[in-house]
Ligand binder design. Structure first.
Ligand code: SF4
Ligand code: SF4
Length: 230
């Protein structure tokens, strides 16, 4: 049986430290103002009866994904394991997926990404002599924003005029590793695995606690579940 990947977020374990957001940015080289891993902050009520909620968010890898059904080129597609993935070679930048997603987790590259670093003839640091590409070549460190891990499954440098979003770290899954936000969570609030396997950690957690999903009324059938809501 094919794997069916899902993530469970245990809100009783989550301490709102945003390590997941930072981990995602570092692993996937997510640009400024893009938030593949994000969170909702919600304060309701009046003192002393105040309720504060921190809800981590990311692409829900919906089973019934409107981004996929609205994509005219099949650039946004589902994999056999249920990941919602994006093929940059097929994307025409129409943004219909972005409009269709009820969760606001798709980002559009509007600028020529990182041309300065890839093509610059100016010194990388004012007062010095080396350009960005020279620094990268001499130090053996990739050009900033080039993501060698991402390049194993996607383009290593983003293009202008196409979209991007969380991939459940498919490049790590391909190596038998967990998504980096899951590995980086200090309280093990993110639980990831194959929910076709009843013994997997997410299956066990889902069996123990009644799960909720975001915007259930949209009928998207998310693969990101929340348990133990406050
Ligand atoms: S959360 Fe949005 S981008 Fe992710 S699968 Fe669902 S509709 Fe698509
Ligand atoms: S699964 Fe990977 S890409 Fe998705 S939010 Fe977590 S770290 Fe980011």
């Amino acid at each position: 049986m094919a794997k069916r990947y899902a993530m469970v977020i245990d809100l009783h374990r989550c301490v709102g430290c945003a390590a997941c957001d930072i981990a995602c940015k570092s692993e996937n080289n997510v640009p400024h103002n893009f938030h593949w891993s994000n969170h909702i902050l919600e304060t309701t009520g009046k003192f002393p009866d105040v309720r504060y909620r921190y809800i981590p968010t990311l692409c829900n890898h919906c089973e019934n994904a409107p981004c996929v059904t609205n994509c005219p080129t099949t650039a946004m597609h589902k994999t056999p394991e249920g990941l919602t993935m994006h093929d940059p070679d097929k994307c025409i930048g129409c943004r219909l997926c972005q409009l269709a997603c009820p969760y606001g987790v798709i980002y559009m590259n509007k600028e020529e990404p990182h041309a300065y670093w890839r093509e610059a003839e100016e010194p990388a640091i004012p007062g010095c002599t080396s350009t960005g590409p020279e620094v990268a070549e001499r130090t053996g460190v990739p050009i900033p924003y080039y993501n060698p891990a991402r390049a194993s499954t996607h383009q290593g440098v983003r293009q202008k005029g196409i979209v991007e979003k969380c991939t459940f770290c498919d490049h790590r899954l391909a190596k038998g590793q967990l998504p980096w936000c899951v590995e980086s969570c200090p309280t093990e609030a993110r639980i990831f695995g194959d929910i076709n396997d009843p013994d997997s950690p997410p299956s066990k957690h889902l069996a123990k606690y009644a799960p909720k999903v975001l915007k259930k009324e949209k009928g998207t059938r998310p693969r990101v579940f929340y348990v133990r809501d406050f």
